[in-house]
Design a protein. Structure first.
Length: 191
């Protein structure tokens, strides 16, 4: 459990007692590739700490087309936050792209802890801030960068992205077709 405590402490310093309280409202799970943790139109009640593996978040249109919103790697928190906070159906699907080890955390119980435990409250706020920073960066990148530059940014964040995430998922995340991504990759290999 030392890894989990180290991850939490990167956001906000917590005591051993607080860490133990958080463990009581979470469950360690090993998941197979292709597991959907949150389904579209499902009202979620969990947040997740990804210890190992890769998870994607995507939206699915009525016609069945998928658009990737985010990729999560080891040591990441994720969940359908708007749906959790508003207790409403999720607009997103969270699916494992590889076998994963996660902590599944009961959101309501964490919120109850946050009301009485200042360390949990601070941790929650720091995690929310990190979500917002990532969300804002993603939005700015989508609006202001060309596809090739978005690919470069993704490679900075996930250096081995081409090895761990299928090309069609990368293309969807970048807002381009797999053919366009192939061209960008070929040009970047030449330069």
């Amino acid at each position: 459990m030392q890894l989990e405590e180290e991850i939490l402490n990167t956001f906000s310093s917590i005591s051993n007692e607080t860490f133990e309280e958080l463990l009581k409202v979470s469950e360690l799970k090993t998941l197979k590739q292709g597991t959907q943790l949150v389904k579209i139109n499902e009202v979620p009640n969990k947040v997740y700490l990804l210890l190992s593996g890769v998870v994607r978040c995507y939206i699915c249109t009525e016609s069945g087309k998928e658009f990737n919103k985010s990729f999560y790697l080891s040591n990441s928190f994720f969940g359908s936050l708007t749906a959790l906070m508003k207790n409403q159906p999720s607009q997103f699907v969270f699916e494992t792209l590889t076998d994963c080890e996660i902590h599944e955390v009961d959101f309501k119980k964490v919120m109850e802890l946050a009301e009485t435990n200042l360390s949990v409250s601070k941790l929650y706020n720091k995690i929310l801030q990190s979500f917002y920073v990532l969300y804002e960066k993603r939005l700015v990148d989508l609006i202001s960068l060309e596809a090739k530059d978005r690919y470069v940014e993704l490679k900075k964040q996930i250096p081995d992205v081409d090895k761990i995430i299928p090309q069609y998922h990368i293309a969807s995340y970048l807002g381009i077709t797999p053919v366009q991504l192939s061209r960008i990759r070929k040009k970047s290999e030449i330069n």
